[in-house]
Ligand binder design. Sequence first.
Ligand SMILES: [Zn+2]
Length: 348
Amino acid sequence: MNITKEDILKELLITPSPSGSEHAIIKKVTNFLKDYVDEYSIDNNGNLIALKHGANRNKKLMLAAHADEVGLMVTYIDDNGFLFFQEIGGIDTNILPGQRVEIHNRHGVVTGIIGKKPIHLQKRDTKAKDYDAEDLWIDISAKDKEDAEKVVEIGDYITYQTQPLSLNQDFWTSKALDDKVGLLMLIELAKALDGKLPAMDVYFVATVQEELGARGVRTATLGINPDFGIAIDVTHATDYPTCSPQKSGEIKLGNGIVIAKGPNIDSVMGGMLIELAKQQNIRYQIEPIARPTGTDANSMQISGTGIKTALLSIPCRYMHSPNEIVSLLDVNEGVRLLAHFCDVELDN
Ligand SMILES: [Zn+2]
């Protein structure tokens, strides 16, 4: 099977996976990983846990990327057949008007439009309104409630309808690059380690429900009970207008994999990642995070009696929007760094 990383990424991106409905993406990731691992299973919450044995089978390294993406859920259908919704995960409601969305259920996929009054009909004082979900609706062009109910049910999951697109050079845009580039890193790493023996047992984990407060990783970490854990996610790039490097540090697309520093990070593991990057001429950037990170690394670190944890991130513009942007150069550097990290046996 000779499939490029771009093709794998596209396949992951077009597979809808709103938090709570990750079965399809978990199946895809399993298919991409299964030839490169010794065993795999799916836990009760739906996390994929795949294991590649290492030289020392008494030590475990857990690598986790989340499989879920932000989305919406149908909460109400009015008499005219318009749908109302709640957000799943952190969505800026103000970017929703005018978007196309897909409603998923056992009947298949229904396309809808998030409606808003055109500028001609708006009153001056409503133009700059800060929207709540209840101010907006989804128009599936149903004749009435009964007509809508033929194809949509309360509780259906909704995702943005955007297709992945390669932009200039190695830049890609799509919904859900958060965290499908993380899944891509896991898959590319497994391929890079094919035929090699890592220093320790390596667990490749695709977690569920990260966007709802890193829920899936809790049970995955308890189940595996690793000696060391690394979460792989996206982080905010600060290289576009109105972002503040003064507030968040300087993170640029295409400038390398991001290594986090802070209380959520084991200083020995973090230091070793930086040292390895320097030794191997891997491009990297440092992200200072002075609080628990909003990633799987947070739940992982405080699981059970505590897990030594690090965080690697891909810089991302416009996170949680229908058109995020990342650079695949940063993914490549992350895969190289993890491959070298897997050669090292760490002391507990
Ligand atoms: Zn994420």
